[in-house]
Design a binder for this molecule. Structure first.
Ligand code: ADP
Length: 303
C-alpha cells in the first residue's frame, strides 16, 4: 500500500502579505495531500495526476512538487491551456476573500491527456481523489474518469474519496450529488467532512453522515468534524476518536488535506487505523495553528 496516485487540480496561489506585497506559491487540495503524505512517509511513492501548461509557471509547479519529493511523471502538459489561479486577500480585520480564475484550466481536461492503458499496466495501490477533483472535470470527461476508476478497481487498486464539497464549482447541487453518489459507490474508504454533508444533504452530525453512507458498500469511514470527535471504522461499527481542540486557530487551510495525507501515509507504514488517525489529527492541529497550507519543514513535527 505504498504507491499512491492522487488526482485533482494544482493551482497558482497569489497571497497578499501584511505589507501589501503579493507572494506567489502553489496550492490545491491534492497538492497539500501529496506533500503531507510524503512528509509522513518519505519512502512512499506519491504521483500527482493533473494536467498543467507548457509554460514557466507550470515548470515552477513541477519544481515545487519535486522539492516535496512528490513524483511529477503524471503532470501532463496541455498543448494550449495553463494552470488555474486563485488569489487570497486579507483585509484589515483579518477577513479573507478568495478569487478564482480556473474555469479554463488545463486540469479540467486531465482525462483527455492521460494514457490510461499505461497507468493500468502498473496500477497504483491507492487512487485518491476529492469532490474538487470531480467538480473541475469537464462534464464530457466524466465518463472516462469513471471508466478509469472502474478499471483501477478491477486491477486491485484501493479507492479513497475525500468529500471536499465546493458549491461554487458545481452548476447544480443535483449534479454534484449524482457524482458524489458514484464516488460513494466506488470508494473503499471515504473521508467525509460533516460540513460538506450538511451543505449537500442537510446532515448535521457524524452519526447522520454514517447512517446515510451505510447504504453504500464502503469498507472504512473516517468522518471529520473540525474540532469535534472523529467517527471511524466500518460503517456498522464506528468508533470515536476525541480531537484535542487547538486553542488558537490561525488558518484552517489544509486541515482536512494534511489530515488525509498523513492518514494515508501512516496506514501505508502499517499503523492501525486509530494510530493513523491520532497522528493525522495531531498534524492537522499543527497545520491550523500556522498561516498557509504547508508547514515549513522546520516546523513539521518529528514522529
Ligand atoms: P475538512 O477540511 O475535511 O472539512 P475538518 O475541518 O473537519 O476537515 O478538519 C479535519 C481535521 O483537522 C479534524 O478531524 C481535526 O483532526 C483537525 N481539526 C480541524 N479543526 C480543528 C480544531 N479547531 N482543533 C483541533 N483540530 C482541528
Amino acid at each position: 500500500m505504498n504507491d499512491f496516485v492522487i488526482m485533482g487540480e494544482c493551482l497558482i496561489e497569489l497571497a497578499w502579505d501584511e505589507k501589501g506585497n503579493i507572494n506567489q506559491g502553489f496550492a490545491g487540495d491534492v497538492y497539500s495531500v501529496a506533500a503531507y503524505l510524503k512528509r509522513a512517509n518519505p519512502s512512499a511513492r506519491a504521483r500527482l495526476l493533473c494536467a498543467i501548461g507548457q509554460d514557466a509557471l507550470s515548470q515552477a509547479l513541477v519544481s515545487s512538487l519535486e522539492s516535496e519529493t512528490v513524483e511529477t511523471s503524471l503532470l501532463l502538459p496541455h498543448p494550449q491551456r495553463h494552470l488555474g489561479l486563485y488569489a487570497i486577500n486579507n483585509d484589515a480585520k483579518g477577513e479573507r476573500t478568495f478569487m478564482y480564475w480556473r474555469s479554463e484550466s488545463a486540469a479540467r481536461q486531465t482525462l483527455s491527456l492521460l494514457d490510461a492503458a499505461t497507468l493500468l499496466q502498473a496500477p497504483p495501490a491507492v487512487f485518491y481523489f476529492t469532490g474538487i477533483s470531480l467538480a473541475i472535470l469537464e462534464p464530457d470527461s466524466r465518463l472516462a474518469f469513471w471508466q478509469l476508476v472502474e478499471s483501477l478497481i478491477s486491477a486491485g487498486t484501493r479507492i479513497v474519496f475525500d468529500s471536499n464539497y465546493r458549491a461554487r464549482l458545481w452548476a447544480h447541487k443535483d449534479e454534484a450529488k449524482g457524482q458524489y453518489e458514484r464516488a460513494f459507490t466506488s470508494a473503499h474508504m471515504i473521508l467525509p467532512g460533516v460540513d460538506d454533508f450538511e451543505a449537500l444533504y442537510d446532515l448535521q452530525s457524524g452519526e447522520a453522515v454514517a447512517e446515510f453512507l451505510s447504504q453504500f458498500d464502503v469498507e472504512t469511514l473516517v468522518i471529520k468534524n473540525g474540532p469535534g470527535e472523529i467517527l471511524y471504522g466500518q460503517p456498522q461499527a464506528l468508533e470515536r476518536f476525541p480531537v484535542t481542540p487547538v486553542a488558537q486557530v490561525i488558518d484552517t487551510t489544509a486541515a482536512g488535506d494534511s489530515f488525509a495525507g498523513t492518514l494515508l501515509a501512516q496506514l501505508s507504514k502499517g499503523d492501525a487505523l486509530v494510530d493513523a488517525i491520532a497522528r493525522a489529527a495531531f498534524i492537522a492541529g499543527r497545520v491550523i495553528g500556522h498561516k498557509g497550507a504547508i508547514l515549513p519543514a522546520n516546523l513539521y513535527p518529528a514522529d
